[in-house]
Design a protein around this ligand. Structure first.
Ligand SMILES: Cc1cc2nc3c(=O)[nH]c(=O)nc-3n(C[C@H](O)[C@H](O)[C@H](O)COP(=O)(O)OP(=O)(O)OC[C@H]3O[C@@H](n4cnc5c(N)ncnc54)[C@H](O)[C@@H]3O)c2cc1C
Length: 378
């Protein structure tokens, strides 16, 4: 990027990253404080990992994996609703075990189908599973968590190999929170997420974030990395950094580990290719999941596209690896991050916090950070 092309070299805010966090802060700053922002991103597009685009068959695909939007809090939903219309997001996920499909998260139907049983009520199923549970004095890791909650058969068929494939780490060596994210249900709720507010932006995520950045006070510079620009742009108010901390500090204490993914897309001249948006493959193939996003974007077309996800240990940072080494390392970076606030540099977002956060959660974090800036810089 040629610095000469940047119109405003003294913006109020320099925002590193045009993902959800960067977009929300730029939008609020323009609207509420009339601040100017220069939003940069090293990628060639806005919307961060939520980016979607139409492929040559006109099918909207989620370039960095399926994004199922759901909201824990109505006030965050109300804020985002200013920038998009919605369609329903009734996400259905199944897992393929020896050619048969089972609902995920595990629910009453999964348990009945897998064990070939019929339960009169949830209590009967709970009693059945109770007898399969393996008692643990202390839940030390992901393996313990599933063995203690669902027993060996479900652990071995549904969780063990999927976790190894996804993380490249045995569940014994992963924090219990990794598998604990997925609910275990004794009802027949078929939906992937618990939240009632589950929606898809009608025209896609890129459109949503483009609308957020539409104010004249916001300048966007793509294909531009912070490292190249930091000495040249001095914001009047603050810098907001949404990238990885180890990169910011030039790996001073070492490298934080991330799990990455490779996506392979395949388009067929078929209205639908599979029976629901996502099918997981714990025990077969090198990919973890096969996603047909058209089930939730509801596009009308003779064509449909599926994506296959292949986990890998190098590449774009997607999932932080929550083990002792990384938790300790991030704590060291965190102490440096805190000190930077005195220099008007703020870290926010899923990369900057080295934490897996959903879209509604990072949007809430961004709104909180903006509130803090608004009060501090009057
Ligand atoms: C595979 C996958 C699936 C997901 N599915 C869901 C889902 O179903 N539902 C949900 O709610 N959430 C989902 N998420 C989480 C969602 O992607 C994040 O919550 C959201 O993208 C975080 O926004 P952010 O702004 O913090 O970071 P990002 O979206 O990652 O944006 C950060 C941006 O900063 C840029 N950047 C970083 N460093 C620099 C630098 N030095 N210079 C310039 N630019 C830089 C990056 O290029 C990137 O575009 C998923 C995430 C992944 C990885």
């Amino acid at each position: 990027m040629n610095i000469k092309k940047i119109k405003n070299k003294r913006p109020d805010l320099l925002i590193v990253g045009a993902g959800p966090v960067g977009c929300v802060i730029a939008e609020r700053a323009a609207k509420i404080k009339k601040w100017t922002s220069l939003v940069i991103d090293k990628r060639n597009h806005i919307a961060g990992n939520c980016y979607d685009e139409e492929n040559k068959w006109g099918i909207r695909v989620h370039k960095y994996g399926p994004h199922y939007m759901r909201f824990k809090k109505r006030k965050i939903f109300n804020y985002v609703s200013k920038f998009t219309k919605w369609i329903k997001g009734n996400y259905i996920v199944k897992t393929n075990i020896k050619g048969k499909l089972y609902p995920i998260p595990i629910n009453l139907t999964t348990i009945e189908k897998f064990f070939k049983k019929k339960f009169k009520n949830p209590n009967e199923a709970k009693k059945f599973i109770n007898d399969l549970k393996i008692k643990k004095k202390k839940i030390q890791n992901s393996e313990d968590f599933i063995l203690a909650n669902l027993g060996k058969e479900i652990y071995e068929n549904f969780y063990k190999n999927y976790t190894i494939k996804q993380w490249g780490i045995h569940p014994k060596n992963l924090n219990k929170s990794v598998v604990g994210r997925l609910p275990i249900r004794y009802n027949r709720d078929p939906y992937y997420v618990n939240q009632k507010l589950k929606v898809m932006p009608k025209k896609g995520y890129t459109n949503l974030f483009k609308n957020m950045l539409s104010d004249q006070k916001i300048e966007i510079c793509l294909n531009t990395s912070y490292e190249l620009l930091k000495k040249k742009i001095r914001p009047k108010v603050a810098t907001i950094y949404t990238g990885p901390p180890d990169v910011f500090f030039n790996f001073k204490y070492g490298k934080l580990d991330w799990r990455s993914l490779e996506f392979k897309f395949n388009t067929l001249k078929r209205n639908k290719i599979q029976e629901c948006v996502q099918i997981n493959f714990p025990n077969d193939y090198k990919y973890t999941r096969k996603v047909e996003i058209k089930h939730v974007t509801k596009q009308k077309s003779k064509y449909s596209t599926v994506s296959y996800e292949f986990p890998k240990s190098s590449g774009d940072p997607y999932y932080p690896i929550n083990n002792k080494k990384n938790i300790k390392l991030f704590a060291k970076y965190k102490s440096l991050i805190k000190k930077l606030e005195k220099k008007n540099i703020y870290f926010e977002g899923r990369l900057a916090n080295y934490k897996y956060l959903n879209m509604d959660e990072v949007i809430e974090c961004a709104l909180k950070l903006f509130k803090k800036l608004k009060l501090k810089y009057k």
